[in-house]
Design a protein around this ligand. Structure first.
Ligand SMILES: *Cc1c(COP(=O)(O)O)cnc(C)c1O
Length: 425
């Protein structure tokens, strides 16, 4: 890697395009419940477009639960999970920090007035121009897991506060990150020494147990690994002051069945053992939850725009075509390994709002594009629906909108906001 002096001193490139959000500019939340908003929008005459109902109150409740169960740990919301402008605004107001992985994410957090010391640039492999932007903005905390990145920091941001991302055991997670990031235990000592030689200040250790972690024990094991690196650093005369326990916390009602309370209890115990409050009073402990804050806050209503009935010996099988799919919000099926399950909001235009009973007909649910990979529910059971009826998928707030495309000319679903805790009203 070569970094020229001109680059080090270089001017900042123009701002990147806005992050992918589908909230209308100036969107506001209203009073009322999620169910009221779903019904109001879906039962409007001529309503057709798929839409989300986002409850900011749910984000606030998740934040309150975090503060109660993990009081030693300041959450830094992982923006990539859902960069919704109102969610980011709310979490900033509540006092959360932010985990940003690119220049545009840093900019979004800064635009909300978040102080640079409450932002971590948590990507171990950063483009030079994004590092220069962090420097210009005073965002000093940034992760690394290799020696080249240390050389980059020294050249581009000598005042950076480097955080060593170590490998955690993510074998029990839906999305494993260790294949791509994380210093192996046998390399951490060498990296600390390299940093010392280069004069880059290492301030702490981070890890990520994998997104959609299915095991409460993963955190305990990773905290122990972090402790070993703290001890290695101490032996080199370095005093680390930051422990970042990463993301991987389950959302409410997570499909894994793992409860946040159990993960929090396991993490609390591991922190108390390896970083006891008295001995580790100088250590700031942070985390990078993404899914935890937003998964349960977003419900997606989709409209049946077409159907096909296949006669079968044992009764008809229905194929329903709806107006958001795998190329849109349901990209979480491919990238986030989710299996969304619908409930029926309307049936023949009448409000039902019920989880489908096993007694229904054999049914599949398909997205709007021309591709056959665009299948949301390959085989389920639903009552007989008609064109114009609505299905609702709950817990659609994590890793959905942010990675949606407009493939085939279909729009990204809009958002209606409610605020059941009057968090931003
Ligand atoms: C994606 C990611 C997160 C958030 O993970 P969740 O499983 O959504 O909590 C946190 N930190 C880093 C570095 C990430 O890449």
């Amino acid at each position: 890697m070569q970094i020229t002096a001109a680059e080090t001193a270089g001017q900042l490139a123009p701002l990147p395009a806005k992050l992918r959000t589908c909230a209308a500019p100036g969107a506001r939340a209203s009073a009322g419940t999620v169910r009221e908003a779903l019904c109001a929008a879906a039962l409007q005459a001529d309503a057709e477009d798929a839409f989300f109902v986002a409850d900011l109150g749910e984000v606030q409740r998740q934040y309150a639960q975090w503060a109660q169960l993990l009081p030693r740990v300041q959450p830094f919301f992982a923006v990539k999970c859902n960069p919704d402008p109102l969610v980011v605004k709310l979490l900033a107001r509540l006092g959360a920090g932010f985990d940003c992985a690119s220049r545009a994410e840093l900019q979004q957090a800064l635009d909300e007035g978040v102080a640079p010391h409450n932002i971590i640039y948590a990507h171990p492999c950063k483009p030079a121009s994004h590092v220069r932007f962090a420097r210009a903005s005073g965002v000093a905390m940034m992760t690394f897991d290799n020696a080249d990145e240390l050389a980059k920091m020294r050249a581009l941001y000598p005042g950076a506060r480097a955080v060593l991302r170590i490998l955690a055991d993510d074998s029990g997670a839906l999305c494993q990150l260790g294949r791509k990031f994380g210093a192996a235990p046998e390399s951490t000592l060498g990296l600390l020494q390299t940093a010392q030689r280069l004069g880059v200040a290492v301030v702490g250790v981070s890890f990520h147990v994998g997104s959609g972690s299915q095991s409460a024990d993963a955190f305990a094991d990773a905290v122990l690994r972090a402790r070993r690196v703290f001890d290695q650093a101490a032996a080199l005369g370095m005093r680390l002051t930051l422990l970042d326990v990463g993301g991987g916390f389950p959302g409410r009602g997570d499909q894994s069945g793992l409860a946040f309370a159990d993960v929090a209890a396991a993490l609390r115990a591991a922190l108390d053992q390896h970083f006891p409050p008295a001995a580790a009073a100088h250590v700031r402990i942070i985390a990078e939850p993404g899914r935890y804050f937003v998964a349960s806050a977003f419900s997606l209503a989709v409209n049946v725009v077409a159907r096909r009935v296949e006669p079968r010996a044992d009764g008809p099988a229905f194929m329903y075509y709806v107006n958001d799919g795998v190329y849109g919000s349901f990209n979480c099926i491919v990238f986030d390994h989710q299996r969304p399950v619908p409930r029926v909001l309307t049936c023949r235009g009448r409000l039902v709002d019920a989880s489908p009973a096993a007694a229904g007909f054999e049914s599949s649910v398909w997205g709007p594009t021309c591709d056959s990979i665009d299948c949301i529910v390959p085989d389920g059971r639903l009552p007989e629906l008609h064109v114009g009826d609505w299905l609702v998928f709950d817990a659609m707030g994590a890793y959905t909108i942010c990675a949606a495309s407009r493939f085939n000319g279909f729009k990204i679903s809009d958002i209606v906001y409610v605020d059941t805790e009057r968090a931003l009203l």
